[in-house]
Design a protein around this ligand. Structure first.
Ligand code: AHM
Ligand code: MG
Length: 328
């Protein structure tokens, strides 16, 4: 028998400290269905596809679908228990009238893949707003990632999936339109060891010596110091890489590099690294900035970046050893 998302959320809401979290995630899932519908019709609707709409806070070009997704999740946040909404597509956090939660969100991750029919997604993180944040709610984003109450991501791909955690394991739900909702698909469990890595190797010449040596050694396969063959997969959509790793193990790296603007890597701490790290850890994996646990990193501002390494525990540890050895 299938367990519906509704029933699962009822269980979550039985814990009074998570009731508002459960209700908020239910609203986010409705917004995700809206976004999935917009994606599925492609260029037929000009309001959601194609034309660039401007620039986001990081100076990156916004696509129409970035803006559409941001508006859909902003409405969902406003009509649930979110007091402050911090989005990749908004320069500064948006504060509503009432609520007990801070939502950090990348409304449309991997948007460079939209036209190519490759999976894109939405990544979200829910933090508590404490009494001490009431005067300046955006300060709720200054908490460590380990304070997250819930985190997850939607994947708009061959299937509409929701991967999420409230700190008691990581689960995947699949949307079945004919049945009118999401249903539990899997409890995720990342294998400890792996033979698959994921990195944008075109940046090799900008990497630190530790990262370059790690990749050189996995590429050397059974003839090299690692003594076994590895495969490589890189989609360019964080949600797709994260889900593949949750399913079958592996390791993902987006390290810092020497390009201007990449000295802290590419991915954003609050709405990419933190939520992915929470889901990965809750599935038995690890997530670091190369050496330090992501969920213990001192928070910087809303749009700050961090190097990100996550996946099978033993491989994440091996990468930290390469970084330590090379910088020693
Ligand atoms: P975005 O939020 O602007 O879409 O950027 C994040 C994306 C991730 O999905 C992906 O892991 C990474 O950027 C790919 O970067 P690159 O094209 O440098 O390999
Ligand atoms: Mg993103």
């Amino acid at each position: 028998m299938f367990i519906s998302f509704e029933d699962y959320l009822k269980d979550v809401a039985a814990d009074p400290s998570l009731k508002q979290v459960a209700e908020t995630i239910a609203r986010l899932s409705e917004a995700a269905i809206e976004v999935q519908r917009a994606i599925s019709v492609g260029r037929i609707t000009k309001t959601t596809h194609g034309d660039n709409s401007g620039q986001n806070a990081s100076g990156e070009t916004q696509k129409a679908l970035d803006v559409f997704a941001d508006e859909a999740f902003l409405r969902a946040a406003k009509s649930s228990h979110v007091l402050v909404y911090g989005s990749e597509e908004q320069d500064v956090p948006v504060v509503f009238d009432a609520g007990s939660l801070a939502l950090a969100i990348d409304p449309l991750d991997g948007s460079s893949n939209i036209e190519t029919n490759i999976s894109v997604g939405t990544v979200f993180s829910l933090l508590p707003v404490h009494a001490s944040h009431k005067e300046a709610p955006a300060e709720a984003f200054q908490q460590l990632g380990k304070n997250q109450l819930a985190a997850g991501f939607f994947i708009y791909g061959a299937q509409l999936l929701l991967v999420m955690t409230v700190g008691a394991g990581t689960r995947t739900f699949i949307h079945i339109a004919e049945q009118g909702g999401f249903f539990l698909l899997n409890e995720m469990n990342i294998p400890v060891t792996s033979r698959e890595y994921s990195v944008n190797a075109s940046n090799r010449r900008y990497w630190s010596s530790g990262i370059a040596r790690y990749i050189k050694d996995v590429e050397a396969g059974e003839d090299g110091p690692r003594g076994r063959n590895f495969g490589m997969r890189y989609v360019g959509s964080l949600v797709a890489e994260a889900y593949r790793i949750l399913q079958r193990g592996g390791v993902f790296l987006y390290p810092a590099d020497q390009r201007a603007g990449y000295h802290e890597g590419r991915l954003r701490q609050l709405y990419e690294a933190n939520p992915i790290a929470f889901c990965i850890e809750q599935a038995g994996g690890s997530a670091t900035d190369g050496t330090t646990r992501i969920l213990n990193l001192a928070p910087k501002d809303l749009h700050a970046r961090t190097p990100l390494v996550f996946g099978s525990q033993s491989e994440v540890e091996t990468i930290a050893e390469y970084i330590h050895v090379r910088s020693a």
